[in-house]
Ligand binder design. Structure first.
Ligand SMILES: Nc1ncnc2c1ncn2[C@@H]1O[C@H](COP(=O)(O)OP(=O)(O)OP(=O)(O)O)[C@@H](O)[C@H]1O
Length: 452
């Protein structure tokens, strides 16, 4: 076997010692089948008692997809690997199908992992996928999630706060995997979606196929470089975030924040704005930099990314702005609320609704012993979720206040769904700041802080 495909090397950075079971996401394409066989041979060598389960998601979007899943099941059986098919049922959207299918796929893979009692899903993302991701992001421009996105995919990403997506083949070229499959006499299924030029990724893929002009290598070098930079910046932002404090709904930055190193402070500010406002994307870097430039020079109020910011003499305060809060809804367990909270529901009274506490109720709430202006604390509390029945408020919902067994756990919106390993340090610092659950340790051999 080629040295670059030696499973001992592919898996050298990961640590699954605590895992009795691993799930491999296998579509039946060359990359994921190679992943399956390489992982199986690695486990046979070093951990024969660890169970490997191949999981195929049938998106039900093409005729023949169920037969393909059955084909993968047969291949897995031939290699004495357990197999599960997870089917995407229910209504399919009319537009945005690739993004919806991707989310449904990860939800179903995470569900399969949960059913198997593991929190690891191995995927077959390759160096070619990584180069495509970097090129797509650079072609789209950097305004969306700025240059950080050029780091590409991380070797490990936490999905939905609970399941690790692990990508052992991220440094391996697709053609090496196909050579390996041919070498062991295995064939693979070709997914027609992968060559459908109506979609962005297949177009980029087609442009890169056979490109021997170094474009793939350049993209991979860029990803590695930006990934390092993102880790470094994330560590700096985490240290800054740790120096500040918050109360439910209100983040207080010490006035000394204005004197912090600009690049790190602007990154930390963007994270804090995204978290306070409950938005999945960080706010625009230029607008955050403009706000940061005013700190220490003037006192002002501004809004950005659904966050109201008050720069005062005794601190910089961030809270969710009062506009466009969620309409009253029936509480459901695990439902996200305003991007900022996840509801936990044990025994809701029938006819109770979750709605913002509102300013009238906030005025009645106690605010003693808290180092922030009373008016801001009340304005922040007004945006918290509360349980209501008829016109009566049954209580504010936080991690600790749980009327009728209904509570609200804070979540960091930018990382609620996908937390790339690059961002573990700032995500952990934010979790501590807002009293959210801290991310679990990643399945990496040398997990030194954020080195993911
Ligand atoms: N139908 C499927 N069933 C199981 N696993 C799948 C399926 N489709 C994709 N995967 C997993 O995801 C990996 C990447 O697949 P692919 O490149 O097609 O997805 P993508 O949508 O481009 O990637 P991403 O999910 O990161 O956006 C595959 O190697 C495989 O491990």
């Amino acid at each position: 076997m080629r040295a670059d495909l030696d499973p001992l090397r592919l898996y050298s950075t990961f640590d699954f010692a605590e895992h009795r079971t691993l799930v491999a996401a296998v579509s039946g394409g060359s990359d994921s089948l190679a992943l399956l066989f390489l992982t199986k041979s690695w486990l046979d060598r070093i951990a024969p008692d660890t169970k490997l389960v191949a999981v195929t998601v049938d998106h039900g979007l093409r005729p023949g997809s169920a037969a393909e899943a059955e084909e993968v099941a047969k291949i897995a059986a031939r290699h004495r690997v357990a197999h599960r098919t997870m089917t995407w049922t229910g209504e399919k959207p009319k537009t945005g199908v690739p993004a919806a299918a991707r989310l449904a796929r990860y939800r179903l893979l995470a569900e399969a992992a949960r059913l198997e009692g593991t929190d690891v899903i191995l995927t077959g993302h390759t160096a070619d996928d990584q180069a495509e991701t970097v090129l797509m992001r650079s072609q789209r421009g950097t305004s969306d999630d700025d240059a950080r996105g050029l780091a590409g995919m991380a070797p490990v990403t936490l999905f939905d706060g609970a399941t690790w997506i692990v990508r052992p083949l991220l440094g391996t070229r697709r053609r090496a995997l196909r050579d390996y499959l041919r070498g062991i006499g295995e064939s693979w299924l070709d997914d027609p979606t992968n060559v459908n030029q109506l979609f962005e990724r297949p177009r980029v893929r087609a442009a890169l196929t056979g490109a021997e002009d170094g474009r793939v290598e350049t993209a991979l070098d860029m990803a590695a470089q930006v990934g390092e930079e993102r880790l470094r910046l994330g560590d700096g932002a985490a240290a800054l975030i740790r120096a500040h404090a918050s109360l439910p709904g209100l983040i207080r930055l010490d006035p000394t924040f204005a004197g912090a190193e600009t690049t790190t402070a602007v990154y930390a500010l963007r994270i804090l704005l995204g978290v306070a406002g409950g938005t999945p994307h960080l706010p625009d870097a230029a607008r955050a930099a403009a706000l940061f430039g005013r700190f220490g020079r003037e006192f002002f109020c501004a809004t950005l990314s659904r966050t109201a910011l008050d720069a005062r003499r005794d601190g910089i305060f961030l809270r969710r702005e009062a506009r466009n809060l969620p309409a009253p809804l029936t509480p459901a367990d695990n439902a996200a609320w305003d991007g900022r909270f996840r509801l936990r529901v044990e025994r809701p009274p029938s006819d109770a609704l979750v709605a913002p506490l509102g300013s009238t109720q906030a005025k009645k709430a106690g605010i003693e012993g808290v180092n922030a202006p009373a008016s801001l604390i009340r304005a922040a509390q007004a945006t918290l979720p509360a349980l209501w029945r008829g016109g009566e408020c049954l209580g504010v919902l936080t991690a600790k206040s749980e009327p009728y067994g209904v509570s609200a756990m804070p979540i960091a919106a930018p990382w609620a769904l996908f937390l790339p390993g690059f961002d573990l340090a700032p995500a952990t610092a934010i979790a501590e700041l807002i009293f959210a659950e801290t991310p679990p340790a990643p399945p990496l051999r040398s997990h030194i802080g954020s080195k993911a």
